[in-house]
Design a protein around this ligand. Sequence first.
Ligand code: ATP
Ligand code: ZN
Length: 274
Amino acid sequence: MSEQRLRIAIQKKGRLSDDTVKLLKACGVKVNLNTQRLIAHSENMPIDILRVRDDDIPGLVMDGVVDLGFIGQNVLEEESMMRAVANEPTAHKVVKELAFGGCRFSLAVDNDFDYQGVESLANLRIATTYVHILKRFMEEANVPYTSCMLTGSVEVAPRAGLADAICDLVSTGATLEANGLKEVEVIYRSTAVLMQREEALSADKQDLVNRILTRIDGVQSAKECKYIMLHAPKANLEAINSLLPGSERPTVMELAGNSDHKSIRRKLYLSFTN
Ligand code: ATP
Ligand code: ZN
């Protein structure tokens, strides 16, 4: 890989991949990702895209092998703690929070478990992928437990007799429900972020990064802005307006042939936190 090209690590296949690729495209980065190649070269910008497992991304940025990485905060946090223990470099900058990849990292137990608080988990075995984030939470709560590290299928651990409880990523809760589990404690909230290596980039590379960051802002704020249009009785105009967030007044139009109804058009700003 050429030193002059900006190197960006993205998840090859998984929950962050589609949104990351979509965002890069929306930022004007043209790249052919239809091959199985590890490295893809952008056709219109001096950018190389490295496609790897998400777990490898924080380390690649922290070691300065790549300049930028799109990653879930949970993986970044876990890797930072793991590296701190191993005395490996952890320095990096989080340069943008992204409007995708939202999830929570939660403790869950069997539906019929009599959960009274974290103390109920004392001396039990908890299965998880992100052992350091869980450890920090349990130490702060001062509850002793046994950790069981699983890199996948965490949600089947209780039924398989591998653990008494789990700590796993949840978005809708459907997976927990399908496995007869209930979410009892949210211990960490995560979204995807864009991280950058700590060491300064060349002026050209940093200019390119700044351009990408500005484009991400544009893409994300355009997404947050929605038009809504509704037909409503005149008498309810003020009540409706008071329900709409923001200070901008709506555009109101008379509906032909119906003197009691008006049409309201207004821009609605929504802030998505996933
Ligand atoms: P890889 O093969 O790259 O190691 P993975 O199996 O570790 O993939 P994915 O399941 O693709 O990871 O999840 C990637 C990230 O997506 C998670 O680390 C998390 O930040 C985010 N995410 C959002 N919602 C969820 C969810 N419901 N379950 C798991 N991860 C989620
Ligand atoms: Zn992973």
